[in-house]
Design a binder for this molecule. Structure first.
Ligand SMILES: Nc1ncnc2c1ncn2[C@@H]1O[C@H](COP(=O)(O)OP(=O)(O)OP(=O)(O)O)[C@@H](O)[C@H]1O
Ligand SMILES: [Mg+2]
Length: 260
């Protein structure tokens, strides 16, 4: 078995030679992900960067079991989720928080109701207990006191942080961030970055951070992968990537946030 094929039981998440095609048919032709292998060690912060359309969101959805591989295998908390029945997979998904690329908040609910929603759906808490817990999560992302507002009354950066608070509501062991700093001004992006860093460093939550924002990925990640046209072309520490002479990596790092 090649190293990329080895299943690491201690990993929070792992993809082994995963391909994904929208038509469900394996084969290189229409594949959006073309044989991706990636390990997410428990407690780590792994970045995945790549230009728009590279397959970053698809990769995250496969990790969370929101999509199933058309070839290869996906593992979550050491369990093979490739063909796992939905009911069983749901219990693993509850240990995972997903921060969507668009904040994906419910417009007709207050901020507090948005954050409390997964608690009421899955944790069998009373409304009062759920509200208390949601308040706690809003405090963690630096948003105390805004629970009564509607999402439309918040800035984009604040909405992103509400999305993070909601992903945190069930105390996940793994958080998957899809473009958490996308389209934010530098100050709002910095606030979101420091929330991400604190959650991992102080609370030990495993993180996967997917972004076309190369600078944010390199600042935050211990290890990062470069995804290009559905394939991982390099994996390494920020320093290792800086010294990497792969054409795509060099182009990405030199152009920073622009597409390759
Ligand atoms: N359900 C789907 N059906 C068909 N094509 C899809 C589907 N989901 C994604 N794609 C295609 O797969 C490619 C990768 O999409 P994906 O959203 O994963 O890219 P991305 O790297 O997240 O891009 P961005 O940086 O713009 O968010 C795109 O060409 C997209 O059109
Ligand atoms: Mg995306």
């Amino acid at each position: 078995m090649a190293d990329s094929d080895t299943v690491a039981v201690s990993c929070a998440a792992q993809l082994v030679n995963v391909g994904w095609a929208a038509d469900g048919l394996p084969g290189q032709g229409k594949e959006i992900l073309k044989g991706v292998s990636l390990k997410i060690p428990a407690g780590g912060l792994v970045g995945v960067m790549g230009p728009s359309g590279a397959g970053k969101t698809t990769l995250l959805r496969l990790m969370a079991g929101l999509l199933r591989p058309t070839r290869g295998r996906a593992f979550l908390f050491g369990a093979d989720i490739t063909d796992m029945p939905e009911a069983k997979l749901n219990s693993l998904r509850r240990r995972t928080g997903f921060v969507f690329q668009s904040a994906a908040l419910f417009d007709s609910m207050t901020v507090l109701e948005n954050v409390a929603f997964p608690l009421l759906e899955h944790a069998r808490l009373s409304k009062r207990e759920a509200a208390q817990k949601a308040d706690e999560k809003l405090r963690l992302v630096g948003l105390e006191g805004v629970g009564h507002l509607m999402p439309a009354q918040l800035s984009g950066g604040m909405q992103k942080r509400v999305g993070i608070a909601r992903a945190l509501s069930l105390d996940p062991e793994l958080i998957l961030y899809d473009e958490p700093t996308g389209e934010l001004d530098p100050m709002a992006a910095e606030a979101v970055e420091s929330v991400i860093k604190d959650l991992q460093a102080k609370m030990g939550v495993t993180c996967v951070l997917v972004s076309h924002d190369v600078r944010a990925v390199l600042r935050l990640s211990e290890m990062a992968a470069v995804l290009h046209e559905g394939q991982i072309v390099a994996v390494g520490s920020p320093d290792e990537l800086a010294g990497c002479d792969h054409r795509v990596v060099r182009a990405m790092l030199s152009r920073q946030t622009r597409a390759v």
